[in-house]
Design a protein around this ligand. Structure first.
Ligand code: NAI
Ligand code: MG
Length: 499
């Protein structure tokens, strides 16, 4: 553990932020839960309580939906120009940039990730997302359509209108960035929002709420209700006055959301789990591939829906790649996220650590062997050592199920046909990686893999302009890029005879 170094100094505002209990944002006011209840959020590096947060429940969701409904139907948001909307979103991005260090520290404290990583990944990614979406506010065009009905002359055109009041339920792995993936397109298209952050990591979304107010986004347009999934989340998903639910999280809860949405048939978009194959051919640049394959699984401690968690290596290079990834794993400095020398922090919670460790046990019971790591690290905080499992096959739980921790299974393959079958033998279809110098093969495989994103000779490359989402049980719809605008708009056809 990286214990000898000095932890990063908390900014004054972060110290103040975590010293008092946090309220929720409803209709532009910071309020307690209707029940008066609060819940703790923990620092996973120590297991200690970090802050207490108002615990939203059905009643609070009702209040927030009423506020969003009013802001959308009759409030200032329905009258604001696209240009003004774009300016407000851009202003929010500027404010986040001004508070970047606070956000990075809050993410590290609440989620466990290294503050050094939050500074270069989560916070810039969030700012970019809002800026990209700010530009779309003025570009939501319909079409004019030449129609032939009744043999007469018509003027027919489409309008692209906001879907309305949107409930957004987000996970804990990239707390602030997930809020931006959801809020960015909702605001750009003119929707109003009830955002429910994950119970493990509510703090950065609440600070974001303060900046949303400071930016001048009108009251009720964004409401932020922290609370548990089974209560606040379920109430939001089932709410009859919500027009759409956008969810990121487990496939299991994604299915619950679909059921909950049936009452009023609200629109649903889902960004769910994965078990992504990362494929290395023997003709790849192996020296570049090894760090790429390690980063594909160990980035964010493996707590990525798109983690390259199934490493397939062409037989001839299998030992070399596994040795290389294992050596890199052994050098990763695991420690508290607030220490500047830490490469990998704790997992987000005791529950997540126990889940990952029980997967390791199941792997060993089925014959897998760890070449590196393989267990919890220390007994304080929720640290798990970066792990590479060999002697694995597609029948094992560790190869089939999403572990969501720093654990990769490595499996050799014989040839391309063998590989494609193995890579696609999963109920998920979120992402995949292909490493080869043969560009024809790379693109052929890219088209054969049933996954929403295929990275060739790279991994974990994200951009607000590039759509992201899943085939199969990895979800419905695409976030980011102009694709996401379809999830937040309705298309209206208008036609009139002109002859
Ligand atoms: P989860 O799916 O339970 O939580 C995600 C969000 O959904 C949270 O905001 C939670 O409060 C909410 N939620 C939970 N139950 C709900 C319900 N019945 N109705 C409405 N909202 C609900 O995920 P959890 O339990 O935190 O993690 C379990 C596993 O899920 C992880 O080990 C990982 O495999 C997967 N996961 C995948 C993520 C992804 O990015 N695709 C993110 C987080 C977890
Ligand atoms: Mg926490």
């Amino acid at each position: 553990m990286a214990t000898a170094t000095q932890a990063v100094q908390l900014t004054d505002s972060v110290s103040r932020y975590i010293a008092k209990s946090r309220q929720m944002l409803i209709n532009g006011k910071w309020v307690d839960a209707a029940s008066g209840k609060t819940f703790p959020t923990y620092n996973p590096a120590t297991g200690e309580v970090l802050a207490n947060v108002a615990e939203g429940d059905k009643e609070d969701i009702n209040r927030a939906v009423a506020a969003a409904r009013a802001a959308f139907d009759t409030g200032p948001w329905s009258r604001i120009t696209p240009s003004e909307r774009g300016k407000l979103i851009w202003k929010l991005a500027d404010l986040i940039e001004n508070h970047a260090e606070e956000f990075a520290q809050l993410e590290s404290l609440d989620n466990g990730k290294p503050v050094t990583i939050a500074r270069i990944a989560d916070i810039p990614g969030t700012i970019d997302m809002f800026r990209y979406m700010a530009g779309w506010a003025t570009k939501l065009e319909g079409n004019t359509i030449p129609i032939s009905a009744h043999g007469a002359k018509f003027l027919a055109y489409t309008l692209r209108e906001p879907v309305g009041v949107v409930g957004q339920i987000i996970p804990w792995n990239f707390p602030l960035m997930m809020a931006s993936w959801k809020l960015g397109p909702a605001l750009a298209t003119g929707c109003c929002v009830i955002l429910k952050p994950a119970e493990q990591t509510p703090l950065s979304a609440l600070l974001l709420g303060e900046l949303i107010q400071e930016a001048g986004i009108p009251d009720g347009v964004v409401n932020i209700v922290p609370g548990y999934g089974e209560t606040a989340g379920a109430a939001l998903a089932a709410h009859p006055n919500v027009d759409k639910i956008a969810f990121t999280g487990s496939t299991e809860v994604g299915k619950l959301i679909v059921h909950a949405a049936t009452g009023n048939l609200k629109k649903v978009s889902l960004e769910l789990g994965g078990k992504s194959p990362n494929v290395v051919f023997q003709d790849a640049d192996i020296d570049a591939t090894i760090p790429g394959a390690a980063m594909a699984i160990f980035f964010n401690h493996g707590q990525c829906c798109c983690a390259g968690s199934r490493l397939y290596v062409e037989a001839k290079e299998f030992d070399k790649v596994v040795d290389g990834v294992s050596q890199l794993a052994s050098k990763i400095r695991v420690g508290p996220g607030m220490e500047p020398t830490t490469d990998m922090g704790p997992l987000v919670s005791e529950e997540q650590m126990n889940k990952v460790c029980s997967y390791l046990e199941s792997g060993y019971a089925e014959g897998a062997k760890a070449t590196v790591g393989g267990s919890r690290q220390g007994d304080k905080g929720y640290f798990v050592k970066p792990t590479v499992l060999v002697n694995t096959n597609e029948k094992m739980k560790v190869v089939r199920e999403e572990i969501f921790g720093p654990v990769v299974t490595a499996i050799p393959f014989k040839d391309v046909d063998d590989l494609v079958v193995k890579a696609n033998a999963t109920e998920y279809g979120l992402a995949a990686g292909v490493w080869t110098r043969d560009i024809g093969k790379a693109h052929r495989i890219a088209s054969q893999l049933r996954a929403g994103t295929v990275w060739i000779n790279c991994y974990n490359v994200f951009d607000p302009a590039m759509p992201f989402g899943g085939y199969k049980q990895s979800g419905w719809g695409r976030e980011m890029g102009h694709e996401v605008l379809n999830l937040y708009t309705e298309v209206k056809s208008v036609c009139t005879p002109i002859s």
